[in-house]
Design a protein around this ligand. Structure first.
Ligand SMILES: Nc1ncnc2c1ncn2[C@@H]1O[C@H](COP(=O)(O)OP(=O)(O)OP(=O)(O)O)[C@@H](O)[C@H]1O
Length: 262
């Protein structure tokens, strides 16, 4: 088992809090993820997992608290800003454009421009194709023809494209929100292989998952959310069992306090 306590901290949250009116969806989350570390976020429906991710990725603006990326406090105004700073997110419902091919999807919103002609931009398609191939090779994703439109691909292939996007742009942190929830067995295995490749490349990953087998197979640590708070921070080693995690998720086990998810 690898010990990350002395590794470089990629992202840290301090007292991260989000209230929707009277709903305290996220309360005082202190969290750290280190370079190369893969951390699962688990919790029951409504526990605050997605709210936590939405604050980090600036899909919403937090009520209070700090988000520190590579040692720098951040205040992103939009998901695009967060992405430009190196935080890539892969959602269950993919933000891919059906009519476009793989390179166009990878570069959606950040196309490489060859030159500008008045109000028009001429795109550098060759550079985008090459970067796409590099991203796919890096993640071990095999797509027969990258110039086919996305709509002809299986759910698994689409999800692989979405994840390859994070590798192509050398993201600092990849966040995946239930990336295999809608996939079959084979497709799930394909996505899990990419997550393993990211691990080999020391790319940190936050994975929201309800799948205990997946989390125990792939992750280094589990942070459990319950009723908007982090209630457990569990390193996956021989001593921690799925039933312990379930006990924290359901609230059967509370006891210990985990003020720092590090
Ligand atoms: N926009 C919103 N307005 C009001 N309440 C919200 C909003 N978004 C989420 N909530 C509430 O905040 C709480 C946390 O929701 P969140 O979606 O973060 O849970 P979750 O752990 O991701 O659950 P799931 O596993 O079902 O996706 C829930 O009680 C939810 O109803």
């Amino acid at each position: 088992m690898l010990d990350y306590t002395n590794a470089e901290v990629v992202l840290e949250t301090r007292d991260l809090t989000k209230h929707y009116g009277g709903v305290h969806a996220l309360e005082g989350a202190n969290f750290k993820i280190h370079k190369g570390e893969h951390v699962a976020i688990m919790g029951d429906n409504g526990a605050g997992k997605s709210t936590f991710v939405r604050q980090i990725t600036a899909v919403e603006q937090r009520t209070r608290g700090d988000i520190i990326l590579n040692g720098q406090p951040t205040q992103f105004d939009s998901p695009i800003e967060a992405r430009e700073a190196g935080i890539e997110t892969v959602f269950q419902n993919l933000a891919l454009a059906d009519d476009l091919d793989v390179p166009s999807n990878l570069f959606l919103g950040r196309e490489k421009v060859k030159f500008k002609l008045g109000p028009f931009s001429i795109l550098d398609n060759k550079a985008m194709r090459e970067a796409t191939m590099a991203g796919l090779v890096k993640t071990g994703v095999k797509i027969p023809n990258i110039l086919n439109s996305i709509q002809n691909m299986s759910g698994g292939q689409r999800q692989c494209v979405a994840i390859a996007r994070t590798a192509a742009f050398h993201s600092k942190l990849t966040i995946m929100d239930e990336p295999t929830a809608a996939l079959g067995v084979q497709e799930t295995a394909q996505v899990e292989n990419i997550i393993r490749t990211l691990k080999e490349q020391q790319e940190p990953v936050i994975l929201i998952s309800h799948n205990m087998r997946q989390v125990f197979d792939l992750m280094d640590r589990i942070v459990v959310f319950r009723r908007g708070r982090i209630c457990a921070n569990l390193t996956i080693d021989g001593s921690i069992k799925p039933e312990d995690v379930v006990a924290y998720i359901t609230g059967a086990k509370t006891g210990e306090e985990f003020p720092e998810a590090m």
